[in-house]
Write a protein that binds this ligand. Structure first.
Ligand code: C5P
Length: 260
């Protein structure tokens, strides 16, 4: 089936649901569902609502990104990842700094959980260096991206400006980039922020976006601006009208994003 550009963009946009209340989180996910095909459950929402937040979002048709940044011993990581795989999560973060054995354990557990629940193979994402750090030594970013690839991860997480170091070290993995801000807005606590267009041009596959939309004066307008930038950067669109919030062209996400 030929996919529309709007559908492709939607599968690349991850909404960070950083809320302490699952009702509020779900309200935001549904409000912006035409733009964001992936919903991210991070530490805050997980602490407030646990597995219920994941299953509810899966039930609404989102690809769910569980961002717990696991960094425990291999056995614990394996067992936690297995539970999350069985819940239907599509992406799970594991800290690459936890080492090769923990990364591999996360990959195995996540895949096994999904398989047991008869779900398609999910992807562990190795976190390289947090985007809140103002500096990330390129050798360290490259080493962690390489480690993620060798451990069987489906992707790695890094700042946009780290892609130049990370991409050659893991050429076939999905590059997942948080720290996204629209030009001229506050970076908050993100030390290495980039605009959506710059991140995509640098090679990002998935963009993780939270406050740039959820704390915007007009979230729909911010979402449209992001879509417009991404369309411009992938070279196939002329503007946000191709996949705006509320556009009937936006499609449900039914397949995982491409791998490189
Ligand atoms: O609001 P903002 O767009 O800055 O949110 C970024 C999201 O991405 C947060 O949920 C944060 O935990 C997550 N994240 C990050 N840096 C990483 C990995 C994940 O900011 N390296």
């Amino acid at each position: 089936m030929t996919e529309t550009l709007a559908g492709e963009v939607r599968r690349r946009l991850v909404l960070a649901l950083d809320f302490d209340d699952s009702v509020l989180a779900m309200r935001w996910a549904l409000r912006l569902r035409r733009t964001f095909g992936v919903a991210k459950v991070g530490l805050e929402l997980w602490s407030a609502a646990g597995p219920g937040a994941v299953t509810e979002l899966v039930g609404e048709g989102f690809e769910v990104f569980v961002d717990l940044k696991l960094a425990d011993i291999p056995n614990t990581t394996y067992r936690a990842a297995r539970v999350l795989g069985a819940l239907g999560a599509r992406y799970l973060t594991v800290h690459a700094s936890a080492g090769a054995a923990s990364l591999r354990a996360g990959v195995e557990g996540f895949a096994e959980g999904a398989e047991r629940a008869n779900l398609p193979a999910p992807a562990v994402l190795g976190v390289t260096v947090l985007t809140s750090e103002s500096e990330a030594p390129p050798e360290l970013v490259a080493e962690r991206a390489r480690l993620a690839g060798e451990a069987g991860c489906g992707g790695f997480v890094c700042a946009a400006k780290d892609l130049v170091a990370a991409r050659p070290a893991a050429p076939s993995l999905l590059a997942v980039v948080p720290g996204i801000r629209l030009a001229g807005r506050s970076n908050d606590d993100q030390g290495r922020a980039a605009t959506p267009g710059a991140a995509v041009r640098a090679g990002a596959d998935l963009l993780v976006i939270g406050r740039a939309v959820t704390e915007a004066e007009n979230p729909e307008a911010a979402a449209n601006e992001i879509v417009g930038e991404v369309l411009g950067a992938v070279g196939g669109g002329t503007g946000p009208e191709q996949a705006t919030v509320g556009s009937e062209q936006a499609e449900e996400a039914t397949t995982p994003p491409r791998t490189r």
